[in-house]
Design a protein around this ligand. Structure first.
Ligand code: B16
Ligand code: MG
Length: 211
């Protein structure tokens, strides 16, 4: 059981914690990989959780032992993002993962500040589609942050909330993200796959356990 009342702020990763966009990322990256003639499967997609867009593009090119120019790489990543954003149009408030909405309401009722620390540049639009924008006090901007496992995005979220990192609890579904939380000096909670427990201070299979 997580005792969030011991903290002044709770910071959340988005993809895999608040909602599951991994299948949509997979569909869009698969289209890019197919176009390049590169084999790309679900296990490969798992490696991309918490990894930012350009690093994901580079991972796929490396998978196929392919080299392309920088402008071509950017064009391919932009094309993937356009397709991903089309797929995001199917997201609704029903796609919030079980227990999350109630947990966010409980945190707010306890006066605990709520922040978002996602690598996704699409995060504000995803929160809007999920009808969760008003549940967050601050959304950290990933564009100036070094990628997870660097602590930057979690530190930006804490700064935006005006809370010292050691008074923050943070939730993640990816190893790189859990490393980022620990590097930021926060209490790390892994969500989902039980193998993540090795990298966190506490584990939740689902937020249903908090309701
Ligand atoms: P975008 P998170 C991450 O979000 C996803 O896990 C990862 O698969 C994705 O490549 C990354 O966002 C960037 O997303 O292309 O939308 O900017 O888990 O940090 O919330
Ligand atoms: Mg994630």
């Amino acid at each position: 059981m997580i005792d969030s009342s011991a903290y002044s702020a709770a910071i959340f990763d988005l993809d895999g914690v608040i909602t599951d966009t991994a299948p949509l990322h997979f569909q869009a990256w698969k289209a890019t990989a197919d176009k390049l003639g590169i084999e790309f499967n679900h296990a490969d997609n798992e490696q991309l959780k918490g990894v930012d867009r350009m690093a994901s593009m580079e991972f796929i090119l490396k998978l196929g032992n392919r080299k392309v120019s920088d402008p071509e790489k950017i064009a391919l990543a932009d094309e993937k993002n356009s397709y991903y954003r089309q797929l995001l149009q199917q997201l609704t408030s029903k796609d919030v993962l079980p227990g999350v909405r109630t947990y966010l309401q409980n945190l707010r009722a306890q006066g605990i500040k709520i922040g978002l620390a996602s690598a996704s540049r699409n995060a504000p639009d995803i929160l809007h589609a999920l009808q969760l924008t008003d549940s967050f006090d601050h959304i950290a901007n990933p564009s100036l942050a070094r990628s997870k496992p660097a602590p930057d995005i979690f530190l930006y979220a804490a700064y935006g909330l005006g809370v010292h990192p050691e008074n923050c609890i943070a939730f993640e579904d990816a190893v790189a993200g859990l490393k980022a939380i620990k590097a930021a000096g926060m209490f790390a909670v892994s969500v989902g796959d039980s193998t993540l427990e090795a990298h966190s201070d506490s584990h939740l299979n689902s937020f249903i356990e908090c309701c």
